[in-house]
Design a protein around this ligand. Sequence first.
Ligand code: NAD
Length: 260
Amino acid sequence: MFERFLAGKTAIVTGSNSGIGLGVAHRLAKAGADIVLNSFTDRDEDHALAQKLAEEHGVNVRYIMADMSKGDDCRALIDKAGRCDILVNNAGIQHVAPIPDFPVAKWDAIIAINLTSAFHTTAAALPVMREAGWGRIVNIASAHGLTASTYKSAYVAAKHGLVGFTKVTALETAREPITCNAICPGYVLTPLVEAQIPDTMKEYDMTREQVIQNVMLERQPSKEFATVEQMGDTAVFLCSDAAAQITGTTISVDGGWTAL
Ligand code: NAD
């Protein structure tokens, strides 16, 4: 959809060497945008990923290392990119534990990476977007930005915070050609979700398929995972003219989870 209408734009996608971030980067590149991939590692494979994406879609792709748990790194990512027409705040981690046992370091890391990083990148990106006279900010929140689950206190708090931050960003840019929205995915089978399967298998004494169907997709009425391509196409739509008046809202891509 929307053939190469983003040619000449630069999109920065945080946490994009895997999963949803990489899927979003692919779809934005397919729509013609130059891409900045990011994660906290600096491996040959990260740079090779950038080269592969560039060759596949005929756009410029750079990989810039920046640790989204560190405010200075978040801001430096935008500076180093030089341009930022589209900002996708996607980096995120998860940890599951009851509140009394929740490790403080994990709480701090989840709030920093899943929420505070978006504040820093947005603060650095807005002046750049204003200078260019156009901008799109897409925050990858979650169904957990709208609903809660046990044992995910930090994640649910961060994602609800990100939805709130999305609304404030939209209000502060409402009179400008800049929009800010949040995509709220249900379960998408990415490394973040894969990592939760073995512990859940042990906890409930279930097979992998039982965990997927009875635990993960229990709240997803479609009984199917959403895909990274669907997240990417939703982000592309939010960058289109059709979405120019869509700002400060959430778009659920969750197989009906939040309709329950
Ligand atoms: P993933 O583990 O595949 O990807 C997470 C990305 O974040 C990776 O590229 C990782 O390198 C990066 N990252 C982690 N810590 C970082 C740091 N300190 N600095 C920079 N990058 C960092 O997971 P995913 O499922 O693709 O998750 C992407 C986003 O989507 C997250 O914000 C997650 O909360 C959200 N989400 C995922 C699902 C799902 O079911 N997979 C559902 C709802 C929301």
